[in-house]
Every structure is written in C-alpha cells, then in structure tokens.
Design a protein. Structure first.
Length: 293
C-alpha cells in the first residue's frame, strides 16, 4: 500500500462505503433544495381558498393543503428550518459535550466527579416532557422574539442533547491521557490546554464526528416531534413537523399532505445515519490496521 496521508486513507475508506456516498449526495440535494426554496413561484404562507386539497400535479408538484398552500414550497421552506435546527443544535451540543467530557476525562478526580454527576442529572430528565415544559415556559415570557423563535427550539434541544457526547469524550480522554505522546509533551513543558487541544482532541475526532451525525438525526426527529405536538416552531412558519401536524386531520382526504413531509424526514435521517456508518468505518482503527497488513 502506498504511503498516503491519514486524511487520504480516511477519505478512501469512506468512498468505499457506497451507501454513505449516496447518502452524502442525497443530503446535499436536500440542502440545495432548501436553499433554493425562494425560486418556487409560490409563497409558503400565501393561501388560495379556491383550490384546497389539490392532488399532486404539474402545477402543484406535491399538491395543496386545506388552505390552498403549495405543499412543495412549504416543504422546501420547512427544510430550511428543520435542517438549521438539526445542524446548529448539533454544533452547540457537540461543543458542550466535548468541553465537559474533555475536562472530566483529562483532570479526573473531583473535577470528573462533579462534571459527571452534573451530566448524570441531565441524563435522568425525561427529554420530551422537559422539552415541552421549557418550550411552554419560554413562550409565555414577555419577549416577542421568544414567541415563535427557532432559536428557542435550538437551545432547548442542544441543552438536553450534549450528555452522550460528554460521556464518550470523557472515556476517550481517560484512555489517551496516559499515552506516551501525552506524557512526552507534558515532560517537555506542554500546558494542559495545548495537550488537550493539539494532542488528545485530534485523536478523538473520529468518534466525535460519528456522534455528531447521530445527534443531528436525533435533533431533526426531535424538532419534528415537538412541532407535530405544537410545542416547536409555531405556525405559520413551516417545518416538516408542523406540516405533518396539519395533515393529521386530513390524512384520508389528502394523504399526500402527510406522505411528502414524512418522506423528507425519512430520507434526511436515513442519509445522516448512513453517513455516520461510513465515518465510523473510515475512522475505525481496526480497518487501518488491516489495510497496513
């Protein structure tokens, strides 16, 4: 085997995972469709009472809802919200999880005990009920920007999603902090911050990236579930969850109202999960060992 860089080897192994490559292409298409939502000739909130429950056609690709709104346009705009909630909440959750896990795993002792008991406390909370309570509480505050804010949903999901990453990173740091390269850096006078950021954290990126894909899929499903129950992003702002919520009372008369947003959620979450599988195989140290042989 030629002596390629580690990054090239990881990319090469990822490209061998055909489902992951297809999933990347699908996710890119979903993102491009969401970004191009403004190119459609319809508004996501404009009503057309004269043409409700129109079945899919060349005029309305995914049909219309009970108010005559174009479902295809609403799904594209809803994709913007759902994907943004998934990406931003995942970024915040991973950042918090890495910070807590790195400090707990590197320093150990009392720091580890305090941070892990804090983490365990959050893990015992019933997620969906806490999400509903927090969402209801925040929206009752006398601040207009909280009434229908995507920011509220992002913060709530991130606040209750960082714990698994923290426990993962902690276990990785406990394993790596006693390795020879860390001991050598410490003996040469390397600071704790330098050791954590430059030497240990890069060796944890594989599992962290895999955890991020799982977290993003979880966040999208959670946002859709919250919006479906009426505690997420509020109408008239479209999200995949709110479109599904509206469709539940008309599912027999207009099944396309439920099929298309449900299909978008399914395709997006499955694509992210396959990407996670591909990243897991690409960063697997056993795969690296087998190839070197």
């Amino acid at each position: 085997m030629t002596n390629h860089s580690l990054g090239y080897q990881i990319l090469h192994r990822f490209m061998k995972h055909r489902l992951a490559v297809v999933a990347v292409a699908m996710l890119i298409v979903m993102v491009l469709l969401a970004l191009g939502a403004g190119l459609t000739p319809y508004s996501p909130t404009e009503q057309d009472p004269a043409h409700p429950f129109q079945s899919p056609s060349t005029t309305h690709w995914f049909g219309t809802d009970e108010l005559g709104r174009d479902i295809f346009t609403r799904i594209l705009y809803g994709g913007r919200v759902s994907l943004m909630v998934g990406m931003v909440s995942t970024f915040i959750a991973i950042l918090l999880g890495v910070l807590v896990g790195a400090l707990a795993g590197y320093y150990g002792g009392r720091t580890d005990n305090v941070l892990m008991r804090f983490t365990d406390t959050f893990l015992t909370l019933p997620t969906i009920f806490v999400l509903i309570i927090l969402s209801s509480f925040l929206r009752e505050q006398p601040y207009p920007w909280l009434k229908n804010s995507v920011f509220v949903v992002i913060v709530i999901i991130a606040t209750l999603s960082w714990m698994w990453t923290a426990r993962l990173v902690r276990s990785l740091f406990i394993t790596l902090r006693e390795r020879e390269f860390v001991t050598a850096t410490r003996a040469l006078g390397g600071s704790d911050g330098r050791i954590i950021i430059q030497h240990i954290l890069p060796n944890c990126m594989g599992p962290i990236l895999v955890s991020a894909t799982l977290q993003m899929a979880f966040a999208i499903i959670l946002e859709s579930g919250l919006s479906y129950l009426g505690f997420g992003v509020q109408p008239p702002t479209p999200t995949w969850g709110t479109i599904l919520s509206t469709a539940q009372t008309h599912v027999y008369r207009a099944p396309w109202m439920a099929v298309y947003p449900g299909l978008m959620i399914f395709i997006t979450v499955m694509s992210i999960n396959f990407i996670g599988d591909g990243l897991r195989d690409a960063f697997d140290p056993y795969v690296v060992h087998a190839e070197k042989k």
